[in-house]
Design a protein around this ligand. Structure first.
Ligand code: ZN
Length: 167
């Protein structure tokens, strides 16, 4: 049988992949799980590289367990990672920011998540250590769907539709 929903399509560059996941640390404690399926464009740097590599070649219905050391996940914790950043530079837009909140910010190394430690009138003090830095992470992934991208998704570098990017 040949049709466009062939469930044996392996994950490769520019496939759009839908998956669910549970993320745990190395003691087995659950850190987070997908509330609804995640959708991403494979090979476009939308996922941690180690996770993308592990999913390559898998097909719809596969369960994949991937364990990444901090160096391949969110990095090691650094003590000198406090930064004062103008609120207008935050990529996460909110009327009000609160200590303990996770926000996205542009850095010289690209977009990063950071923990808000202190909020001033024009600036916030951020702990640039990712909340999962220093952790060995295990992703238990279930692949729900693998499909071809639309030309628009390829040109944008991300997946569209439910679970993907919205404009
Ligand atoms: Zn787009």
């Amino acid at each position: 049988m040949t049709n466009s929903t062939d469930s044996s399509t392996p994950i490769s560059k520019n496939k759009v992949v839908t998956f669910d996941y549970v993320l745990s640390d190395d003691s087995g404690k659950e850190l987070e799980r997908s509330e609804s399926p995640m959708v991403y464009l494979h090979g476009a740097n939308n996922l941690l590289r180690g996770l993308e590599e592990a999913l390559t070649g898998h097909v719809e219905g596969d369960d994949v367990s991937v364990t990444l050391p901090p160096e391949r996940a969110y990095g090691l914790r650094r003590d000198d990672a406090m930064q004062r950043v103008p609120i207008k530079h935050l990529l996460t837009k909110a009327k009000k920011y609160l200590p303990g909140q996770i926000v996205s910010v542009n850095t010289k190394d690209g977009r990063k998540e950071a923990l808000v430690v202190k909020v001033g009138r024009f600036n916030v003090d951020l702990d640039m250590n990712h909340p999962f830095s220093g952790k060995t992470l295990t992703f238990d992934v279930t692949i729900n769907e693998v499909r071809d991208p639309t030309p628009e998704e390829v040109s944008h570098g991300h997946a569209h539709g439910p679970g993907g990017h919205h404009h």
